[in-house]
Ligand binder design. Structure first.
Ligand code: ZN
Length: 472
């Protein structure tokens, strides 16, 4: 039976994508690194339809690639080629189903765009804190499935900390309704945690109950020049000692990263008169409208200036300036893409070891690959760096990309030696399947494979992601 005849009785014509151009877009990731060949994208409009589609795939042994906004950094939402998989896209399921302001929760379908969740919370005077560069197109199901992090993890935690309940369609089509808005529930295993960060390999998240927080009413943002990463770590300690949880953002940015933004993003401006090798973008919030985070931040920066771990700083004086500073940070990935091909890493180490990681990895890379450009930025408070490499000016793209395994070895060996992780917030997808086997504790990997076998014995849920596929 043709795919289309199998699924059109379930989702109707409105739920099927067969147009070649649209199919191509669904089969390609945003970086243009992965190309699938799914002949069909199925777009269910409700959980019952997802369940029926999954059951049909289970019976016909068809692999399913769940997809939301298709903003994965590691090819997690793109099918493999030659495997006859379908894409199950959740974008039509984009309703906010319930808000409970006294419980501080919002319940929405998996295809709801992250920015729409943030806006709905804000309309109720609440904050949904998760913030990532792709929030205008990333959808909640994908954000949960990758346990996304972003720029506010320091204060509010990553996605795992923000999900209270889930509804999931299991690989055989059964629906698990775990849609509870509870902060305490000790009735055995916390099953939702299996699906958070599982990258769609255990089932399809269809609805979620999310945690909300009080909306901050006062905000201060500063662009701070620091001499080196150790100074950034010291500054974080100073700010947290003085302001605790009010420090909500603390982003490290290498000069090279800023330079690419200034070069490629029209209208961007260097906030400081003199270049510095490193910067920190600091944000402090307060829920008290009468609070003066700007005064607190300014006093702390003065102190740091005297201590020598800050060399200059610009504090935003308006909402427009705050947004301009954040744009410099958020557009680094885009600028790097415009500059050309790059080898990316999303690593974490204990915060205290960030300086050692940058120093060791950079020294070893520059020794082995003269001229390589380190475009390093990330979330110092979470010990998470995007340690990206751009090619030397003179080198051809293809030659540079061929060196990826050797570059990865240096970076990931350094991470491993320092007790870190090779994927802090992007996930494994297709990109890091082999690296996971290399670095993950073998007992942990066995346990993960055991859970996979219990839930998805046929290996039909996002095959070839996280694990090497068992169906090939
Ligand atoms: Zn990040």
């Amino acid at each position: 039976m043709k795919f289309i005849d199998l699924f059109s009785p379930i989702v109707g014509q409105a739920g099927l994508v067969t147009d070649p151009a649209a199919l191509r877009a669904h089969n390609t990731d945003w970086r243009g690194r992965y190309h699938g060949d799914a002949e069909l994208v199925v777009k269910p409009s409700c959980t019952a339809e997802v369940s029926a589609v999954v059951r049909a795939c289970h019976e016909a042994r068809i692999g399913i690639v769940p997809q939301g906004g298709n903003t994965s950094q590691c090819g997690a939402s793109i099918p493999r080629t030659g495997q006859g998989e379908i894409i199950l896209n959740l974008s039509r399921m984009n309703r906010i189903l319930e808000t409970d302001w006294e419980n501080d929760t919002l319940t929405c379908e998996a295809g709801t765009v992250l920015a729409d969740v943030q806006n709905a919370a804000r309309r109720g005077g609440r904050l949904f804190p998760l913030s990532i560069a792709s929030e205008g197109s990333a959808e909640i199901g994908g954000v949960i499935s990758t346990n996304a992090g972003g720029t506010a993890v320091l204060r509010y935690g990553n996605m795992r900390a923000l999900v209270l309940g889930l509804e999931v369609v299991l690989p055989d089509g059964r629906v698990w309704n775990g849609l509870r808005g509870l902060r305490k529930d000790n009735t055995g295993y916390d099953l939702k945690q299996w699906f958070i960060g599982a990258e769609g390999t255990l089932g399809i998240i269809t609805t979620a109950v999310l945690r909300l927080f009080p909306l901050p009413h006062a905000r201060a943002t500063a662009w701070v020049a620091v001499p080196d990463p150790q100074a950034a770590v010291s500054l974080l300690g100073l700010l947290q000692a003085r302001s605790g949880e009010r420090v909500t953002g603390f982003e490290l940015i290498a000069r090279m990263a800023l330079q690419l933004v200034l070069q490629h993003i029209p209208g961007s401006q260097d906030p400081l008169p003199e270049p510095s090798p490193w910067y920190v973008l600091v944000e402090m919030d307060d829920t008290d409208p009468a609070a003066d985070p700007q005064g607190t931040l300014s006093a702390a920066l003065d102190h740091a200036l005297q201590e020598g771990f800050v060399t200059d700083a610009a504090i935003a004086q308006s909402e427009g300036q705050m947004n301009a500073l954040w744009a410099l940070r958020e557009r680094i990935s885009e600028a790097q893409r415009l500059e050309g091909i790059s080898i990316k890493h999303d690593i974490s180490v204990p915060v205290s070891r960030i300086p050692a990681f940058i120093e060791e990895a950079t020294a070893r890379l520059q020794e082995q690959f003269p001229g390589i450009r380190v475009v390093c930025f990330g979330h110092v408070g979470d010990g998470n760096l995007h340690y990206n490499l751009s090619k030397p000016d003179q080198q051809e793209n293809a030659d540079f990309i061929r060196q990826t395994p050797a570059v990865n070895r240096i970076v990931h060996d350094t991470v491993d030696r320092l007790g870190g992780s090779i994927s802090a917030e992007h996930g494994i997808g297709q990109l890091k399947v082999d690296e996971l086997v290399r670095y993950k504790d073998p007992v942990a990997l066995e346990l993960m494979q055991g859970i996979k076998r219990v839930l998805d014995p046929q290996g039909l849920m996002n095959p070839g992601k996280i694990f090497r596929a068992t169906t090939e």
